[in-house]
Design a protein around this ligand. Structure first.
Ligand code: GLY
Length: 336
């Protein structure tokens, strides 16, 4: 929370173009406000900016979200996505990503190593293969065959955190993350995880993508919701799109993003649809959640956006026809 506030203050000072909306409803574009781009977590303002350049030039939503997500994947300071992501418990940085376009196309890579941009590999799976998912070694070899470079994604800083974790090897990834975050340098921007990004282009077409290194110090081979179509991401160009963040196991159990899109199909607003999904998950799992977080963002075909999370602390950022970056705190279910 402290980090989020620092980020926002820094952003306002440096760009002068961030709107802060404490009241969720106050800043939501009503209708016909596309093009637009919305991402999980405030630090992804920088990813929205790059996506927006594509959208503002009349580009396709699919190109916008790929380019946007690549920004976060390449950021060594983001310890939950791409380069610099915290490794699994054996020290391997394994990445998950998926992408969906306006034509019902989708592609995904799971547990891919040594490739900086899993979102782009996921796009190639969608566009160049008859399949939807490639995993592990197969995904890596497919990437190499398509011109991607083999790269070491474990930064010195992430390696240091991993080595510190090895001293106890306490296998509770969420608690470990919290402990690590408390030890970060003041002002560091790490109150977030997965990037999920949704965009609507000038033609009103929707696309989305999701990318993560998953839980810190996870079991080798563990895959969360982010690369799973319908869980971490779902796009239906007739209805809307949704993406998730937080503890992937909980999102997978109730096909989270698909649930959000289906709720919009049957008349819920994006925020109501995100809330419905969180409430359904809570009803099913309230005795097993401990202090886990999940959150959703969504956009409908009219260009309305919404978000909702289980607990306080989830935020998101968007840019719409107004051309301003907006960072919002999501409404949440469990009030203290
Ligand atoms: N939401 C990211 C993960 O659980 O891997």
């Amino acid at each position: 929370m402290i980090n989020r506030r620092k980020f926002i203050r820094h952003s306002v000072l440096s760009t002068g173009a961030i709107l802060l909306a404490q009241n969720l409803n106050a800043r939501i574009p009503s209708t016909n406000s596309f093009p637009l781009v919305i991402s999980t977590w405030a630090p992804n303002v920088k990813a929205n900016k790059v996506a927006w350049e594509v959208l503002a030039n009349g580009g396709r939503a699919l190109d916008a979200i790929e380019k946007g997500v690549m920004v976060t994947e390449a950021d060594p300071d983001d310890t939950s996505v791409g380069y610099g992501g915290l490794p699994d418990r054996d020290g391997n940085v394994t990445l998950d990503a998926c992408i969906m376009d306006e034509l019902g196309g989708c592609g995904s890579v799971m547990c891919i190593e040594n490739i900086m941009h899993p979102v782009s590999v996921a796009r190639l799976v969608m566009e160049k293969t008859p399949h939807v998912v490639l995993v592990g070694r197969g995904a890596f070899e497919f990437a190499l065959k398509n011109g991607f470079k083999k790269e070491n994604l474990l930064t010195a800083s992430s390696e240091k955190f991993w080595k510190e974790w090895l001293k106890t090897s306490m296998y509770n990834p969420m608690d470990t993350m919290k402990h690590m975050k408390q030890k970060r340098a003041p002002g560091s921007i790490d109150n977030h995880d997965t990037i999920g990004m949704l965009a609507m282009d000038v033609n009103g077409n929707l696309s989305g993508a999701c990318s993560t290194s998953g839980m810190a110090f996870k079991m080798k081979g563990r895959v969360g919701d982010s690369p799973i179509i319908g869980a971490g991401l779902f796009v239906d160009n007739e209805v809307g799109a949704a993406t998730a963040t937080g503890v992937g196991e909980e999102v997978i159990r109730m096909c989270g993003s698909h649930t959000v899109v289906e709720a919009m199909r049957y008349g819920k607003s994006p925020k109501e649809a995100c809330q419905l999904a969180v409430e359904r998950m809570y009803k099913l799992r309230k005795n097993n959640l401990n202090d886990m977080q999940i959150g959703f963002i969504a956009v409908n075909k009219s260009g309305e956006i919404g978000a909702f999370s289980l607990r306080e602390g989830f935020n998101y950022c968007y840019r719409s026809g107004e051309g301003l970056d907006v960072v919002n705190d999501a409404e949440f279910l469990l009030k203290k």
